[in-house]
Design a protein around this ligand. Structure first.
Ligand code: UDP
Length: 464
């Protein structure tokens, strides 16, 4: 009998491509009766990290590569989120064609689109398909999206104290300065884009979130119970990348880790495209050196734009931006990898004992799954929201103070690094992370909360 098909639309950028494909793999692993076809957009040529990943997809997922879009005429100030959305919106005519063709030759039962690909949901509706959104992020962020029109009134109300923290339903209080980046510039195109995106959730027949009950019980309960007019939400995580997350140049760092003491190494990485300024890069280098702790650092060439390497590959040699003599002085203390390391293997290595992370949601989940405590150093998007959750709610992270010019100074870096790797406070955090690791593993066991949730949807799709 013909297999029911699910069409999937990611958006451009490593962490809006890989998570929805990992979700697809997990769905097929649990429910091999489906087949998945994925329409892949890109901006210019596909970056090496995404290319390497796409080559590992199983034959049960068919990839259709859409013609790359180009951004030659975009205003300079176009935000990263809007660029990612454009990667899909400019491809909609082609997605329509491909979907039409797929529907004519296969029994397509549903469409699943990334949060930045919501423009494609209307195409699903045109073909009477159930249309789901995949949010590769937290329930807390979804709660903020749902709450954003009310929050808009609060933020623009003259009678409110701007210092008063924001109470998103189901979450710990959030200082205004830790709301996602678009909220830091009001009103702005990025903020307007956030509000527009929030409205698009209502079009979905359901929303999958890469989180799990035991991690975000209050936020998930609130989303499931409070507003019945909103689409149903399905926590199906933690879904992290299976197999290697590395490219060739990163593998040597695993050999170096093999030679280190258990839990002695601090891993330092700012996601698939996060970058620091030259001044901040210097402070981090001196701070790591000052801490005296072992480190494994994924170094990227500096930039004044924190997400500059997200959609396009960096070509500068990052090592030449490190302070003079740093590599020589720290050759026994640390290991530096240019641009990319096999993060999941690094976090799973017995020598890794801590993680300076920009708190991208995938990095958060990977540290939880591997039980590695965090130093939260958010850069952009909703990362500061994630940082608040890790430090104030689940309490598995420390957060360094930022000075009045926006820099984290070397002494402060050394202080938190020692705090995490050596002090009692670090031990407590480590214990809580170990517990969360067990809960994460339970959620995706055969009878785990997230497995059951995904099976509930698969069963209803099978009945179509
Ligand atoms: N990643 C990796 N090696 C690196 C940097 C990042 O494998 O050197 C992977 C990491 O494991 C995670 C993803 O890239 O899966 C980063 O996702 P996250 O949501 O943390 O941040 P973003 O890239 O969206 O800012």
């Amino acid at each position: 009998m013909e297999k029911p098909h699910i069409a999937v639309v990611p958006s451009a950028g490593f962490t809006h491509l890989v998570p929805i494909l990992e979700f697809s793999k997990r769905l097929l692993h649990l429910h091999p009766e489906f087949h998945i076809t994925c329409f892949i957009p890109s901006v210019g040529s596909i970056p090496p990290s995404s290319k390497a990943y796409l080559q590992t997809l199983p034959p049960t997922i068919t990839s259709i590569f859409l013609s790359p879009v180009t951004f030659d005429h975009l205003p300079d100030a176009t935000t990263l989120a809007l660029q990612i959305e454009l990667s899909v919106n400019l491809s909609l005519p082609q997605i329509r064609q491909e979907l039409e063709s797929l529907c004519s030759r296969a029994k397509v039962v549903a469409l699943v689109v990334d949060v930045f690909a919501s423009g494609a949901m209307d195409l699903g509706k045109e073909h009477n398909l159930l249309s789901y959104m995949y949010l590769p992020q937290s329930a807390m962020l979804l709660s903020l999206y749902f709450y954003s029109s009310k929050l808009d009134e609060i933020l623009f109300s003259k009678s409110r104290d701007p210092k008063e923290p924001i109470k998103i339903p189901g979450s710990v209080p959030i200082p205004r300065t830790d709301l996602p980046l678009p909220f830091q510039h009001l009103p702005s195109a990025g903020y307007k884009g956030f509000l527009e995106r929030a409205k698009r959730f209502d079009v979905a027949d359901g929303i999958f979130m890469n989180t799990f009950l035991e991690l975000e019980s209050e936020a998930i309960r609130t989303l499931q119970e409070e507003d019945k007019a909103k689409p149903k939400v399905y926590p199906v995580g933690p879904i992290i990348q299976m197999g290697s997350s590395g490219q060739e140049n990163g593998v040597t760092c695993l050999t170096w880790l093999d030679k280190q003491e258990p839990k002695s190494v601090l891993y330092v990485s700012f996601g698939s495209g996060g970058t620091l300024s030259q001044d901040q890069l210097n402070e981090l280098a001196f701070g790591l050196e000052l801490s005296g702790q072992k480190f494994l650092w994924v170094v990227r060439a500096p930039s004044s734009v924190v997400s500059s390497a997200y959609l396009s590959a960096e070509t500068n040699d990052p090592l030449k931006f490190l302070p003079h003599g740093f590599l020589e002085r720290t050759k026994k203390q640390g290991f530096v990898v240019p641009d990319w390391a096999p993060q999941i293997e690094v976090l799973g290595h017995s020598s890794t004992g801590g993680f300076i992370s920009h708190c991208g949601w995938n990095s958060v989940l990977e540290s939880v799954v591997k039980g590695v405590p965090v130093i939260a150093w958010p850069l952009f998007a909703e990362q500061s929201l994630n940082a608040v959750m890790l430090t104030d709610d689940v309490k598995v992270a420390l957060r360094p103070k930022v000075n009045e010019t926006g820099l984290v100074e070397r002494q402060e870096i050394a202080r938190v690094v020692r705090g995490l790797m050596e002090d009692n406070q670090g031990m407590e955090i480590r214990k809580r992370m170990e517990q969360l690791k067990i809960e994460a593993a339970n959620a995706i066991k055969e009878d785990g909360s997230s497995t059951k949730t995904l099976s509930e949807v698969a069963t209803s799709l099978r009945g179509i």
